[in-house]
Each structure stands twice: as C-alpha cells, then as structure tokens.
Design a protein around this ligand. Structure first.
Ligand code: URP
Ligand code: ZN
Ligand code: ZN
Length: 459
C-alpha cells in the first residue's frame, strides 16, 4: 500500500528539514515541502508526523538470534526478535552465523538463512562466522560471499569453542582482502582469559562479579592490537565489535593511525551499564555477564566522548538473549559457565535517544549515523540507512515526547528479564515502516511475519 508521511522533521546523518515523504511501494519516490494526499493513489496510508522526527529505519549490525553457545541456545527466534526489533524502530538486523568448528560453513549458512526466511518480519543479512579455516572451508566461504554475504566474523576469544588461531586469522583476513569483504572481530586474548579464569576459580572466586577480573581491559586492548597487526599485514578491512573501554579504543586508533582500515562498534550495555551490575545480590549479577565484560563506571564518559566525536562508527546491541531462570543459572557454581550475553535489541535506539539525544550527549545526526547510516555504508546494505528518493522506505516516525518505562513484563523479546528493568524511556517509535509497509505502531507489532527480505549487499 502506498504511504504518505506528512509534516515530519526529517533527520539524516547530515540533514535536518521539514518535508513530506511518499513511497509508491518499496522505495521512497517523492520528498517535497508539501504533498497533497489528493494527488496520491487511492488507498494511500497517510501518517501525520507533526512534532515528530522521521528517521531512516534503524539497523542493528550485531545480533545473535539462533545461537548454539556455551551449552545452550539463545532464547529468541526471528519471530520474537524481529517483533522486538521493529517495536524499537530497528528495521534491519545483521545476525552472526556461528557454526561449530567441525560444521560445514555452507550448511551453517543454509541453516541460519532458513531460520530467518519466511519468518522474519524485518529485513536481514548475516556476517559469516569463520570458526575454522582450511581449504575446504575456504571454498565454501567464497561461495557464501558470492551469495551476497559480504562480511565475515571471527572470535579471538572463546578458546577451544568458536575462537580461531593466528594461522586461521591470517588466512581469513587475506581472503577477505582479496574478496573485498569486511571482517568483524571479537577481540580478547583467549589465552589470558583462559588462564585467569582457572586462577580465579582455583581461588574460589566463582560468582558473576569475577567475570570482569577474568578479562580486564588489557586483555581486550591486546586483542584489538593483535587484530590491527594482522589487518595491517594483510590489508583487510576490519570492524571491531563491542569495544568496551578506552584502552581498546586507543589500540584501534593506533592501528587506524598506521593506515589500517578499521571501524569501531560500541554496544548499548557498554554505554549505560557498568561492572557493579554484576555484583548484584542473589546471583542477579549473572544477568549482566557478557564479553567483553561491563567495565568500571569511569569508562562510560569516555565511550560517550568517542561516540560523539564519531571515532566510534556504530552503536549495536550484541543482542544475545538467555533466560535468567533456566540458562544464566547454569553458571551458579562457576561464572565461566554463565551463558554470555545481554538482550537489548528492542531497547537500543530508545535508550540511545534517551541518554544520548535527550541527555545532551550526542546530537540527532550522530544518533542517526550510529544507529543506521554507518552500518549501511560499512556493510554495503543497498537502499538502507538514509531517507532519500530511491532509498528503501524503511522509515521511523519518532515521538520525542513519549515517556514510559522499560520492563520484561511488556517487552517483546523472549527473555524472562530485561537488563534495563524500570529504566525511564524518553521517546518512542510511533510508526515503523519496512519498505513502505507499516510494521509497528506505538509499541505494538502490527505487521506480518515472513515479510522480511535478505538485503542485497554491495562491495
Ligand atoms: O557476551 C557476548 N558478547 N555474547 C555473545 C557472543 C559474542 O561474543 O558476541
Ligand atoms: Zn563477541
Ligand atoms: Zn556478538
């Protein structure tokens, strides 16, 4: 159905103006100071965006939905995560395909694709996880890239599970440089983590509060420096996921200064939460165990500073949803067994708007750049990331006057807890459209499942 959005204030990564937007079908076909509804085809849905912003659909470039991990499976499906994303204004998700070390990459690609296809209500694509690199796997990676998956994912952490060794890292980066694809990387020194975990557990330090000391900032900075060295020698373009601290950002900046083509991501928990959350009584701290871990509170202002200066390219979530009651408790006797992850795909943009824009930490353009535009550019998402004639009609009519509270009782994610329970929300997506179709309104999913598409990617 054609869509006309009237009287809105359009905000992109660079522009700010009042205009009407018309989408005849999937794409924006007209933007004008004023578009008379009578000039639109019969059946056009008309939305009044007076006193509201119109943003490009948000893109979360780092989520886990189907994820076999740490002896269990992440809780969400494309149905639950897709609904949650859309209610929060996120119209495109990039999920990581995480095959086990002995799995065939092509089979993993088909599995992950089959979970999304026909179910996802939002658009989607993937980063192909490289958890093993040999001749057989390489052939399949080339094929997967040909099928439009133009980014890889490597873990320098999770020793013996998903992590790659240096030989594998080197050859993954060489292949990526040859094919012109971006390599996203989780950077922590896996050996240091492993040894420190053993020491802490040996000293009977087994609670969630010991997760951070097992992987302190130096461990992450070393991981980033390591990646930078390998990227420098191979010429690969890299994207550092969930950078949590000044030390890691600085290691990335040193690489960039040497000419490494690198992008830095921060995730919502590292902007808003700190290590003290893992110290909550009654094992509640397990809800806040993720890797890299939540850091000392003194890190937060620095992370906001580098976001404001656009040293950080994107704000993602690393949405990794595990229930508290049945999954996080697997680590009751040892923090090393707590499934790592904090769910937040639904809350990313609202909390970034609340604490960033309404909190005067970032301006509207930085907000749009970080939650949408830059991810579209880095990962070559065709038609996404801006509001312009010819771009996909992925549009968020955003009401900055809305006030509400976050709660697991009302969220759409499948988890039994919300890490931001009771937090105030200033602003909400009042209308969310994916390629012209309205999918969410005022906190409710109103769309159809299965309408999401695999996003075409450019080089
Ligand atoms: O704690 C995290 N980050 N869990 C998800 C897996 C990953 O490392 O991205
Ligand atoms: Zn990670
Ligand atoms: Zn992740």
């Amino acid at each position: 159905m054609p869509l006309l959005i009237r009287n809105g204030r359009i905000i992109t990564a660079t522009d700010d103006y009042h205009a009407d937007i018309f989408a005849a079908a999937d794409t924006v076909t007209r933007i004008d100071k004023s578009i008379d509804p009578k000039s639109c085809p019969a059946g056009t849905e008309v939305i009044d965006a007076k006193d509201k912003y119109v943003f490009p659909g948000f893109i979360d470039p780092h989520v886990h939905i189907y994820l076999p991990f740490m002896g269990t499976y992440a809780k969400d499906t494309w149905e639950t995560a897709g609904r949650a994303a859309l209610v929060g204004g996120t119209t495109t998700l990039i999920e990581m395909i995480c095959p086990g070390k002995t799995d065939q990459p092509m089979e993993a690609f088909e599995t992950w694709l089959s979970k999304a296809k026909g179910v996802a209500p939002c658009d989607f694509t993937f980063h192909m996880g490289v958890t093993r690199f040999d001749g057989e796997a390489e052939k399949q990676f080339r094929e997967i890239v040909k099928r439009g998956i133009r980014s890889f994912k490597v873990f320098l952490a999770y020793k013996g599970a998903l992590g790659v060794d240096d030989r594998e890292l080197y050859h993954t980066l060489k292949l990526a440089a040859e094919l012109g694809v971006v390599v996203t990387a989780h950077c922590e020194n896996e050996t240091l983590v492993d040894e420190r975990q053993k020491e802490l557990l040996g000293d009977k330090k087994s609670g969630p509060e010991w997760h951070e000391p097992s992987r302190p900032v130096q461990v992450e900075a070393e991981g980033v420096n390591h990646l930078m060295t390998f990227a420098e020698l191979t010429g690969a373009e890299v994207y550092i996921v969930h950078t949590s601290c000044k030390e890691a950002v600085e290691a990335a900046q040193r690489g960039i200064a040497r000419g490494v083509k690198a992008h830095i991501e921060v995730v919502l928990p590292h902007l808003l939460l700190d290590q003290s959350y893992t110290q909550k009584d009654g094992f509640q701290g397990a809800k806040y165990v993720m890797s890299p871990p939540l850091r000392d509170r003194s890190q937060l202002p620095h992370m906001w500073d580098v976001l404001r200066s656009r040293t950080i390219s994107t704000v993602a979530t690393d949405h990794a949803p595990f229930d508290f009651e049945t999954q996080k408790v697997m680590g009751k006797d040892a923090f090393t067994k707590i499934p790592n992850g904090i769910p937040s795909v639904e809350n990313r943009a609202d909390l970034l708007f609340t604490h960033g824009v309404a909190g005067n930490r970032i301006d509207l353009h930085t907000f749009v750049d970080a939650v949408s535009t830059r991810a579209a550019r880095i990962f070559g998402l065709k038609g996404k990331g801006t509001v312009a004639v010819g771009s996909d009609a992925d549009l968020v009519v955003y009401d900055p006057a809305y006030r509400g509270k976050i709660s697991a009782k009302t969220h759409h994610m499948a988890t039994d807890y919300n890490a931001f329970e009771g937090w105030e929300q200033k602003g909400r997506a009042s209308v969310v459209a994916v390629r012209g179709a309205i999918m969410a309104k005022d906190g409710k999913f109103v769309g159809k499942l299965g309408t999401g598409r695999l996003v075409p990617r450019g080089g």
